[in-house]
Design a protein around this ligand. Structure first.
Ligand SMILES: Nc1ncnc2c1ncn2[C@@H]1O[C@H](COP(=O)(O)OP(=O)(O)O)[C@@H](O)[C@H]1O
Ligand SMILES: [Mg+2]
Length: 308
């Protein structure tokens, strides 16, 4: 849709919602709402709870800007509802959202496309634990809920007992747990906007682990932008980020996380609704590429559609 058409529509920024990342989503949503209003759009906020279908109808929403993180928002469910209601929405469609949200499913697709990702095992609640432990012989391993975000439930296991503990922790968030090789190295993230890679950001958490606190507390993480990687390596990582998004079928904005070890790099995950607070990584990368926050929001809005 063109900006002119969009200016005539009633736009709802879907935020908050039901996931563990609710608070982050509220911050993303408020920032997006502010940008849309400053640019002259008729935009309102909707907290995407169980009554979302009713609210979309009663409020006469014509376009949805999905600013939800995590389950019931980033995972294809809300996208499915919007498809059903015929309301054009931003970002990835149903399948890409669901695939990217499930780190186990996403890694299988990445491997099919020969995109490097750490070796892994999957454990589903009720599976034989001894069998899993017998397969996990090399440490350290990273244990994470398959369908969570913001480093919630993620731990590093240096031993079998720590692995057992980490599994218990991850199972609090999800019935499916991903256990993957821990890559000791630098962590970088690549924003992808409408199929094009933005400048790479290296994140250097002061406490050593890029956990929830390091992600959302000012001053806890140092950001190197552009990431100080050698030119050819930098370009290869950008290419893989674009490839990963293409492989999963993402649309609009996404952000792809990687670990870099020497000249090797490994894709950790693809976020189909990256954080959009004014201090989040995607807006930082966009700014480095010359896009203001408002311009970034508008470019994402322009991609609103159904049937993707
Ligand atoms: N295989 C890994 N090796 C090293 N660190 C990892 C690995 N997987 C995750 N991490 C660390 O945990 C953080 C969260 O993991 P990630 O897969 O990005 O999930 P999410 O951001 O959805 O919680 C990463 O930003 C990284 O710091
Ligand atoms: Mg991540």
């Amino acid at each position: 849709m063109t900006r002119q058409e969009l200016k005539t529509k009633k736009i709802a920024v879907l935020m908050g919602g039901l996931s563990a990342e609710r608070e982050v989503s509220l911050r993303t949503g408020e920032a997006v709402l502010g940008a849309l209003q400053r640019r002259g759009y008729r935009a309102v906020a909707i907290d995407a709870g169980r009554d979302l279908a009713t609210r979309l109808s009663t409020e006469g929403v014509e376009v949805a800007f999905v600013a939800l993180h995590g389950r019931y928002g980033e995972d294809g469910t809300v996208q499915g509802l919007l498809e059903l209601l015929g309301i054009p929405y931003t970002g990835s469609g149903v399948l890409a959202s669901a695939l990217a949200m499930d780190k186990v499913a996403a890694k299988k697709v990445l491997l099919f496309h020969e995109i490097s990702t750490p070796s892994f095992e999957a454990y589903r609640r009720g599976d034989d634990l001894q069998e899993l432990l017998a397969r996990c012989r090399h440490f350290p391993l990273v244990v994470k809920p398959a369908r969570e975000g913001s480093t919630i439930g993620v731990s590093i296991a240096e031993s079998l007992s720590a692995l057992r503990e980490g599994l218990g922790e991850a199972l609090k968030s999800d019935d499916l747990v991903l256990i993957e090789d821990c890559i000791r190295g630098e962590e970088v993230t690549v924003g992808v906007l409408n199929g094009r890679a933005l400048p790479i950001i290296q994140v250097v958490p002061k406490g050593g682990f890029y956990d929830f606190k390091a992600k959302y507390t000012a001053g806890q993480t140092e950001y190197l932008l552009p990431a100080p990687l050698e030119g050819a390596l930098y370009e290869r990582i950008q290419q893989d980020a674009v490839e990963a998004c293409r492989a999963l079928g993402c649309a609009g904005a996404a952000r792809v996380d990687f670990m870099v070890r020497g000249r090797e790099f490994f894709c950790l995950e693809v976020n189909t609704i990256p954080g959009m607070t004014e201090t989040s990584l995607l807006p930082k990368a966009a700014r480095e590429a010359g896009l203001t926050f408002e311009e970034l929001v508008e470019q994402i809005l322009e991609g609103a559609s159904v049937g993707k």
